[in-house]
Write a protein of this length. Structure first.
Length: 323
């Protein structure tokens, strides 16, 4: 099928129609009308087969996840999603694959009224790049450099499920444990967009946990020139994860494994009541795991207040493989 037919059939036909997309797929550029007085929040993420998802991931899950990880970045800023661009590199003209990929993409796009308004289609090893744009009121955003000494550190949902799901997909878990919830968390992360918007009233500082808590909270404390104290016993774990690990949770995997896409945010103690109200309203656990303190680095302590030191600190694509 010629490239333009593929574009018409699978990308153009599926696009939502937002009134602020004046010209969508089909011309040399899209033409967009941002709402008066709003600023744009823009982000892009690439997913490479075998690096960002196991090779056995379904096309539908890849379509869903490629958009979800981008929307998660908008969530971490408190932005309202609007537009997406998709650069797709495909090894061959597999229409069935593209159709399933777009079904997954569209599930989320529909849920958040995101319009696909352009992109590029090329041939090569499977890779997906998505760029999304959202709206924010002037300077009303959740930034990494806005944590303050004395703030409490919160996490949405639970951590570690996706890392365990990944082990399952890579067949590193005995077959009697099917772990469907963890696999779902790996392949279908939920971008915490409603939470990000709600946090604008109570917080100035958030990040989405894509590379593990240690790495991502590390970005916050570095940018905010402070340190963090984390109580491991408070880190929220799902029932499935607890059941699998029993009394011996794999802490490095839980706090340094990636792909959770929960939000880590800081709040002044006087705003903690509002955090619990947001938690009830969104029916989403928001758990305090520690405090922003003076100094440097992240200090994890166990139930006896003894510091536990972790050497590995999240996924780094350019890390020296020998180190
Ligand atoms: P050009 O050669 O002028 O860059 P293309 O043939 O690459 O144009 O694309 C034609 C139209 O199809 C453009 O509007 C482009 O944004 C859109 N498009 C191409 N690939 C994709 C894709 N994977 N997803 C969404 N839109 C796409
Ligand atoms: Mg092009």
């Amino acid at each position: 099928m010629p490239e333009f037919e593929l574009i018409d059939r699978y990308f153009k036909s599926r696009a939502r129609s937002r009134p602020d997309v004046l010209l969508g797929i089909g011309d040399d550029c899209a033409v967009l009308q941002p709402p008066a007085g709003m600023q744009l929040a823009v982000t892009m993420d690439t997913l490479v087969a075998g690096v960002h998802f196991p090779l056995n991931t379904s096309a539908q899950d890849i379509g869903y996840k490629s958009l979800a990880v981008n929307l998660s970045d908008l969530a971490a800023m408190g932005a309202q999603p609007a537009w997406a661009m998709l650069a797709l590199t495909l090894p061959d003209e597999n229409e069935t694959w593209v159709d399933a990929f777009m079904q997954g993409f569209d599930e989320l796009a529909r849920q958040y009224q995101v319009q696909l308004m352009g992109g590029d289609t090329t041939r090569g090893p499977l890779s997906i790049t998505i760029q999304v744009t959202g709206f924010v009121e002037p300077e009303r955003v959740l930034r990494r450099d806005a944590a303050k000494m004395g703030d409490r550190i919160y996490i949405s949902g639970t951590l570690g499920d996706a890392a365990l799901g990944l082990k399952k997909c890579l067949q590193k878990i005995p077959p009697q444990f099917s772990l469907p919830y963890c696999v779902q968390r790996l392949n279908r992360p939920i971008p915490r967009l409603e939470l990000g918007r709600a946090l604008l009233d109570v917080s100035h500082c958030a990040i989405d946990v894509s590379d593990g808590l240690l790495a991502d909270l590390g970005h916050i404390i570095k940018a905010s020139h402070c340190a963090a104290r984390i109580e491991l016993v408070r880190v929220p774990l799902s029932d499935d994860l607890k059941k699998y690990y029993g009394s011996n949770p794999d802490w490095p995997a839980i706090i340094a494994g990636g792909d959770d896409y929960e939000l880590c945010f800081t709040v002044a103690p006087e705003n903690e009541k509002c955090v619990q109200a947001i938690s009830r309203e969104l029916n989403l656990a928001l758990t305090c795991v520690g405090d922003v303190v003076a100094g440097e680095g992240i200090h994890c302590v166990d139930q006896h207040n003894k510091e536990i030191v972790f050497t590995q600190c999240g996924y780094n694509h350019f890390a020296n493989p020998a180190s």
